[in-house]
Design a protein around this ligand. Sequence first.
Ligand code: IMP
Ligand code: MG
Length: 205
Amino acid sequence: MGSFFSTQSDENEYPDYDYVPPHEILVTPSQIEEIVTDLADRVSGNYAESNGLVLVCVLKGAVPFMTDLSRKIEVAHEVRYITAKSYLGTESTGTVDVKYTEPLNVAGKDVIIVDDIVDTGLTLKTLVQKIKDEENPRSVACCTLLEKGKHDDKVYVEYVGISIEDKFVFGYGLDVDEKYRHLPYIAAMVDGDDSSDSSDSSDSD
Ligand code: IMP
Ligand code: MG
């Protein structure tokens, strides 16, 4: 029996989100559940001997993923949050704006940076470099739910949930101009309407 907060569900259990523009579901809630369980098992195995594992969640998109992942990891760990923004609407700006929400305090610890998706790899590359340069951690690894696969030369992502086609996606934390983060699945707009009304304003993170 799935708990109230679990993403595990029958694929038809979520509402009909008819206020969201026409979209296709790329990764279902039950697939997400399976992927997160698998990643958590790998992390639990690889960090069984760690003297201090810290998950660093990249706000805001990685929040549901990091929360589910953390609850499934079976070794002691702490969590931190950091903000990184690189998108304007559905386009990468080519620069990453990083903000600390709190001191990371990860000196001597094993860090896993947890993000929703790796695309060009610029966000994770920037965060890995910054944490290595400024925090003196024992190790730094990366974990993402999704990858689009263009990041080969930029950053190594040890823990990847699933590779997806090169479309702008949303749901399960990922937004289109701050909307649709609450959807329990990963989706993309259909009919070539993947920019929605987002060619303008806010940053996606
Ligand atoms: P990268 O720096 O090019 O690897 O892009 C990674 C960051 O951009 C992620 O942390 C996301 O916040 C954002 N991003 C990339 N692709 C998407 C997408 O398809 N939907 C929503 N956000 C995205
Ligand atoms: Mg982000």
